[in-house]
Ligand binder design. Structure first.
Ligand code: NAD
Length: 500
């Protein structure tokens, strides 16, 4: 049993709070517990982070020196890579063929890639043309914001912790991380690595818990910036709670991203790419293209290929190498997915693959058969809401304008894919989509930490990753130095001209 403790001010702390059970999604067996922390634990962590920010060396170190600490963190995590992968498989239910790359390898690559961005913080921000340079000189410096409160979702715990902590730390901030209560392992591993890599006490803190801890973190007056990744519903609550103390916010939220198939698309590529995107990690990826728009002219052909391929996917325990689609994270998540499928059918949808519980899987695990829903109108619940399970929704369209109208008729704007053998045509469609991350003839591509995530509409506020994402963890100081002491050249006489 893994009985997690909070990591505060460089040490693991016992908590007198009740605990919450953590299970293995593949079996349903309880494998650990976390403290259901509250305001007291959050306050201890924020106080430690504040002290480390104001009094410790971290914020004053050169960005290149902090970058070296990020590389050390990656080295420590890498030194126990196999253990990390095993822990993340039983924690998240991510399949053994995806987990090493996606849950463990990618965070290491991102830590190292962010470290390479340190020079961006060393250069002063270029100043626009100065009108009277003789009087004085302006310099703009990027400074850390202060104490960062970071919320991570359950699907990619270590990965998204790195997306937040790496740029925040590189910029000189200190961090309090609040993991999802469902998947605590990755952030505990991150805390352990922070300790071993020699981060000063209080620079990284991890407080486990659920809503009470989350609310306390977002409302705490000692937190300067809240960075949240999770559902749109909770993100909006976080944004409004952050307003109480006028905190900076970065929100990366949900999606219902379209895959627009143009009439000349390569069927093999579009079908395999879209099934990969919507089924990998049990359909629990924010940028999954789960709303496939298929032209009338090729509708039946695509449905046949989607159903055939979806039925071939092997559902099973995450640790098995034969598994294509593992479980969803919890019993509650499975029930939520099943309710969406029944509601979609009640509203006119048709199940062409899956739609039930798969056979031959461990009894207590949270499995859902890979499901394809066809004939959905865009007001069907399965076309509008993020399901977060292995469910692909298929809609038909008449012409390209119709496809773009349907694609954009959503509250979300996280990602999109366009499939066509005419790249220029695909680019002109991509330009009209209200989406942040947009791929042509592919899915899930990103250039390590360099590709910004900037979800549009209710998918995002601010930017994560890339130089823009890094700068989100800084504030600009505008510093003016007068270059002479000539009183006559200043407007001070407008006030108190008769002074002796
Ligand atoms: P969630 O919104 O339920 O939880 C996210 C975090 O907020 C967790 O740490 C949770 O404990 C905390 N939380 C929950 N209620 C809270 C409250 N009232 N106040 C403060 N904190 C609270 O999300 P989830 O189910 O863990 O993750 C799935 C969601 O994350 C999906 O919507 C997915 O699209 C989204 N996601 C988005 C991105 C992105 O980059 N846009 C990436 C990954 C996941």
């Amino acid at each position: 049993m893994l009985n997690y403790r909070n990591f505060i001010d460089g040490d693991w702390r016992e908590s007198s709070r009740p605990s919450l059970a953590v299970d293995d999604p593949s079996t349903g067996a309880v494998i650990g517990s976390i403290p259901d922390s509250g305001a007291e634990e959050i306050d201890a962590a924020v106080t430690a982070a504040r002290r480390a920010f104001s009094d410790g060396p971290w914020a004053r170190m050169a960005p290149t020196d902090r970058a070296q600490v990020l590389r050390d963190l990656a080295t420590v995590l890498e030194s126990r890579f196999d253990e990390l992968v095993d822990g993340l498989i039983s924690d998240t239910g991510c399949s053994a063929r995806m987990c090493p790359m996606l849950q463990a390898g990618a965070p290491l690559a991102h830590l190292r890639d962010f470290a390479e961005m340190a020079p961006l913080l060393e250069k002063p921000v270029p100043f626009p043309i100065q009108s009277s340079p003789g009087f004085g000189q302006w310099e703009l410096h990027r400074e850390p914001v202060g104490v960062v409160g970071a919320f991570t979702p359950y699907n990619f715990p270590l990965f998204i912790a790195v997306w937040k902590a790496a740029p925040a730390l590189l910029a000189g901030n200190t961090v309090v991380l609040k993991p999802s209560p469902l998947t605590p392992y990755g952030l505990d591993a991150f805390a352990l690595a922070a300790k071993e890599a020699g981060l000063p006490d209080g620079v990284v803190n991890v407080v486990h818990g659920d809503r009470e801890a989350g609310t306390a973190l977002v409302e705490h007056a000692g937190v300067d910036l809240v960075t949240f990744t999770g559902s749109t519903a909770v993100g909006k609550r976080v944004m409004s709670a952050a307003a109480g103390t006028a905190k900076e916010v970065i929100l990366e939220m949900g999606g219902k991203s379209p895959a627009v198939v143009l009439p000349d698309a390569d069927i093999e590529l579009a079908v395999r790419g879209t099934l990969f995107s919507s089924m990998m990690h049990g359909g629990q990826a924010c940028v999954a293209t789960t709303r496939m728009l298929v032209p009338d002219s090729r509708y039946e052909e695509f449905l046949e290929a989607l159903a055939r391929r979806a039925n071939q996917l092997v559902v099973g325990p995450a640790a098995e190498f034969t598994t294509d689609v593992g479980p969803v994270v919890s019993q509650a998540q499975r029930e939520k997915v099943e309710k969406y499928v029944s509601a979609a059918v009640e509203q006119g949808g048709r199940v062409i693959a899956g739609g039930d519980r798969p056979a031959g899987v461990p009894e207590g695990g949270h499995y859902v058969a890979p499901t394809v829903l066809a004939d959905l109108a865009n007001d069907n619940i399965a076309a509008r809401e993020e399901i977060f399970g292995p469910v692909l929704s298929v809609l038909r369209y008449s012409d390209v304008d119709d496809a773009i109208r349907i694609a954009n008729d959503t509250q979300y704007g996280l990602a999109a894919a366009v499939w066509s053998s005419d790249v220029e045509r695909a680019r002109s469609v991509a330009a009209r989509l209200q989406s942040g991350l947009t791929w042509i003839n592919d899915v899930a591509q990103a250039e390590v930490a360099r590709t910004p995530f900037a979800g549009k509409k209710q998918s995002g506020v601010g930017t994560e990753l890339g130089a823009d994402g890094l700068f989100g963890y800084t504030k600009v100081k505008s510093l003016y130095t007068a270059l002479d002491e000539n009183l006559d050249a200043r407007p001070y006489g407008a006030v108190g001209s008769e002074w002796e």
